[in-house]
Design a binder for this molecule. Sequence first.
Ligand code: PMP
Length: 453
Amino acid sequence: MTTINNQLAAMNKTHLWHPFTQMKDYNESDPLIIERGEGIMLIDVNGRAYYDGFSSVWLNVHGHNVPELNQAITEQLGRVAHSTLLGIANVPAIELAEKLIHIAPQGLNKVFYSDSGATGVEIAIKMAFQYWHNRGMKEKTAFITMNQAYHGDTIGAVSVGSIPLYQEVFRPMLFPSHVIPYPYAYRHEGGAAAAKEAAISALRHLLETRAHEIAALILEPIVQGASGIIVMPPGCLREMAALCRKHDVLLIADEVATGFGRTGAMFACDHEDVTPDVMVIGKGLTGGYLPVAATLTTDEVYNAFYASHEEQKTFFHGHSFTGNPLGCAVALANLKLFEERNIVEGVKAKAAFTRHKLAMLQERPHVGDIRQQGLMIGIELVRDKETREPYNWTDRIGYHVCQRARELGMLTRPLGDVVVFMPPLVSSEEELEAMIDILTKSIIDITEGGPAA
Ligand code: PMP
């Protein structure tokens, strides 16, 4: 067994190039190799079990190795694994589209499938761009994004993102986007109200002066994820949506991270009764099982493409695996479990429990800000709590806390100095408590000079 594991470890280092990973550091570390999952635990090749404290990068809903989800895939496998959606339909893709329209904000009536959050975003921006083109308003080509936004790693998605670290090298390949401030209350003088006003007034100004050349505003509704789990002040999303509508600019809601119950509503837009013109979903769509994403839109957008083929209004976009039947079948089973197990209501109760348990952490000397919306939680660590002075990035404080958590039996990933806690939505109170204990101990050990510091 050990020999096989050693071989696997060696092959992992020799042949695999891991995403978002400096491989030199990785190859000098002690890599974790997962063999199986059970409930919210992931078990490595040595048999050690870890809590999946970040839902395998924010997507797991019902835990791992879920009989109902496994069965949906097996049954579909017995029919067909894949054909194509290029002019040919398949049963699960149709049924899933109908279900998605039913649960999505009212007015989103069309579903365009893809296979990852980034491809869903890519489709959204191309769709918005061509929408205006098809309507004869060819000067509406630019996009507005929010500061520190993350929408995925393909070139279009990086162009409408605004995290410099991910953009710098590729800058010459990117198209420029307008960037407005994101309301980051903790780091805004004047707090939430002032931060919100800064974002809204920047958007208003841009729309009043340049709406004629802007296709869409893209944003992560209610919670900006990769920038550090930053929650918008109430009302912000609704006001931004209203401004876009007033100025005839499309709103693209990127719900890849926030969708499917994560924030305590089925979609984050539901918190403020907002129907975007385009909505991107991924991650939790299949319960975190298979790579399926979708871009939903309104009849109005769809109709701008609906014409005889001579008019050249066709949307020329698609992927080999678009509408994959296995993925759609497991997504359907996922949605069935959402209903049967009342997952969204459960998230609200679990969020309240978690908030209460995390309150103690707020007293610690290096915990600057705890941000939470549903089961999407970020804990920002600071060198100086009074002045909110951040740690040096070379301290890699978030990284060390997450390494300590791993030693103690829980997996998560940091976002700079922000420790992410995003448990699977089905986590029980006992499991949540156990994970919070590990988080607390890891933060204390690392920031207050405990055993591992
Ligand atoms: N948009 C948002 C808001 C995300 O958080 C992510 C991934 N974390 C993406 C898009 C990209 O999704 P994927 O990794 O599936 O391409």
